[in-house]
Ligand binder design. Sequence first.
Ligand SMILES: C[S@@+](CC[C@H](N)C(=O)[O-])C[C@H]1O[C@@H](n2cnc3c(N)ncnc32)[C@H](O)[C@@H]1O
Length: 422
Amino acid sequence: MNELDRLAKLYGTDKQTNEEGQFIYHGYTPIYHHFLEPYRDTYESILEIGVLQGWSHLMWKDYFPNAKIYGIDIFSESVARDVSDERITIIKGSQDDKNLIDKFFTEQHLDMIIDDGSHTSWHQQKSFAYLWSKLKYGGYYFIEDLAVSQLREFREFEDWNSSTLGWLESLNTDNPHSYYIDNKSLLKIISEIKYMEKFGELLVIRKGYSIEPKAYFVVSNWNNDVSWVNDFTENYIIYDKSDTLPEDDKILKLENVGFNIFDICHFIVNNYDDLPELIAFVQGWPFNHCKRETFNKLIFNECFTPIEDYTHIKGRKGEDGGYLEFNNSYYLKEKEPYTHRYYNSYDGFMTNIFSDYIASTWVRFAPGGQYIVPKKNILYYSKRFWEKLMNIVSYDRLPVEGFLIERALYTIFANKFREKTA
Ligand SMILES: C[S@@+](CC[C@H](N)C(=O)[O-])C[C@H]1O[C@@H](n2cnc3c(N)ncnc32)[C@H](O)[C@@H]1O
């Protein structure tokens, strides 16, 4: 029994599986678990329409230990129960009350939405049309108990097309339509549907981008869930330094040295004569240095871009609002578990590799070394230059020179210094 099914049985929601000989429950938990298991620790915000006794909301609270759980219910049935607590917010009202929902969900910030509310076709489609914009890219939308949509009383009009099942059938035709969603909005929604499948009575839809980023992704991974990459693009390479991912034509194993700085240089050196026009160097989990909302916008840029969001740090902003650090090379000391071999200062390093570097009081860089870089910025420098940087960080798993080059990358990419050749 999977963990979600165990919790479903513990709290009593009818999403649970049946015991042998039982036929009363929906058995949705294996399907939910299949899709959601990778996101248990990372989901931040979910909404389930339809609360009743709050069983499923209590289940989700345990299943997603870091998420805020929202519910909405009209509370007309006497058995309805408000299970609000520090992580659960139960909203009293109808799922089609736009103004009410807007008060709670102002931006696109839900990781998952489940419609287990009235099950009427008009509510299901109106809620979908409205809540879709509140769902994050990569997020899931589920609609439960689809079978009732066959019943006449669960749809507004005689016409089968007004039922949720009729509407879903139309999505795969040349003439998609809905009684409740205007055509322009429907076409936009369809362009953002990355995946859609019915599992018995449960509909699973995943939201993705309608356009792809221009940049080729070079992902440096160490023990992260990298499935988010597929939400954006198929043009990527993952350099994997952990044991978790099996090697294939898009996942290459690299020796675990030099942080992601080694990977960046390795990619440049190995593809120097045939670089993609635009490259996004990102980490296996890029959202530690750049919150998702910001990442989701920046990643579509077609120019040199530091991928970061340090707007919450006061007083450390460059002219472009990005991260600035006082140039004192504090990180260049050997201190367990880090090792030190080559350089004692940032300026010492820069004057060693460039003949025209002018020392600066502040260093502008994207913590984490994540950038979108046009090929021409990389080609300002020779292949030997990138090889040299790669070699500087390749002597250990945790070389302090990794921090040094992490700080230097912005200045290197954004300028056109003269290399010292000797
Ligand atoms: C099937 S129950 C939800 C069960 C719960 N999700 C669980 O798995 O334990 C459906 C709930 O939807 C609520 N409901 C009915 N119409 C609604 C509406 N228009 N908006 C929001 N909730 C509604 C009902 O009051 C009922 O509590």
